[in-house]
Design a protein around this ligand. Structure first.
Ligand SMILES: NC(=O)c1ccc[n+]([C@@H]2O[C@H](COP(=O)([O-])OP(=O)(O)OC[C@H]3O[C@@H](n4cnc5c(N)ncnc54)[C@H](OP(=O)(O)O)[C@@H]3O)[C@@H](O)[C@H]2O)c1
Length: 212
């Protein structure tokens, strides 16, 4: 599959590595292609483009930019270039203010998530929240003694969630579908919880698992 990843940071690069490893064709999107020279050298056959070129390239699109600019980045990508497409939204709405006692600050509130805002602004795209509740180093086929970790996902389009759960399967995760876009109000703050042991005790190697 052609996968367009809007972003150039650690998440975009880690997911890019994962999609290449699993045989997909990958383009990473950035405003500054030069910063991804090392990544393309490491991943022959992969390419780098603008946000718009990347959105157009992907049959599947991943959004992996800084939360405060998510909407701006999608506007630059051009809504027509991702209309009707599944967008894996790995973005967390982290505010620029520093964490307090290890707890990140968000610029959203518990009655409206960032993904809901994006889904409303770009109604023809099919957003699925995923990959936001774990560090980039653990996104692709993480190994835990307790078995597969759980990725919590949500979104308004069942076919898009099915496609994302197939990707998660490849990437070594079990999927817990939490329902429609509103569930992102609960899934986005999992990022806060995930980061607390990191900020307090420099522990960054865990993931969530839903037991039932
Ligand atoms: N770090 C993690 O382990 C982790 C884990 C889960 C989820 N997340 C979430 O995943 C997202 C990506 O995180 P990250 O750490 O890889 O990178 P990041 O530093 O949060 O974001 C880097 C990306 O944001 C873009 N960007 C920054 N300012 C911009 C602007 N004014 N206009 C347009 N684009 C702009 C950059 O574009 P250019 O390429 O053009 O510079 C770059 O692609 C974030 O929302 C983060 O909360 C992170």
């Amino acid at each position: 599959m052609k996968v367009g990843i809007i972003g150039s940071g650690v998440v975009a690069q880690a997911l890019g590595d994962g999609f290449v490893k699993h045989g997909h064709e990958v383009m990473l999107g950035t405003r500054e292609p030069a910063k991804l020279a090392d990544w393309t050298a490491k991943n022959p056959g992969s390419t780098v483009g603008s946000f718009a070129e990347t959105a157009k390239f992907g049959a599947l699109v991943i959004l992996a930019v800084k939360g405060t600019v998510a909407s701006e980045a999608l506007r630059a990508a051009g809504a027509a270039n991702f209309s009707g497409k599944t967008i894996i939204d790995a973005v967390n709405p982290i505010a620029d203010a520093p964490p307090v006692n290890g707890v990140l600050k968000f610029f959203t509130n518990l009655d409206e998530s960032l993904m809901e805002q994006l889904q409303r602004e770009f109604p023809d795209a099919r957003f699925v929240k995923a990959f936001n509740s774990v560090g980039s180093a653990l996104m692709v086929n993480p190994k835990f003694a307790a078995g597969k970790p759980t990725m919590f996902i949500c979104g308004n389009h069942d076919s898009a969630k099915k496609a994302v759960s197939e990707i998660l399967d490849q990437f070594g995760w079990e999927t817990a579908d939490m329902g429609k876009a509103e569930a992102a109000r609960a899934i986005e703050p999992l990022c806060m919880l995930w980061c607390i042991p990191g900020f307090l005790r420099n522990e960054w190697t865990h993931a969530f698992k839903l037991l039932n």
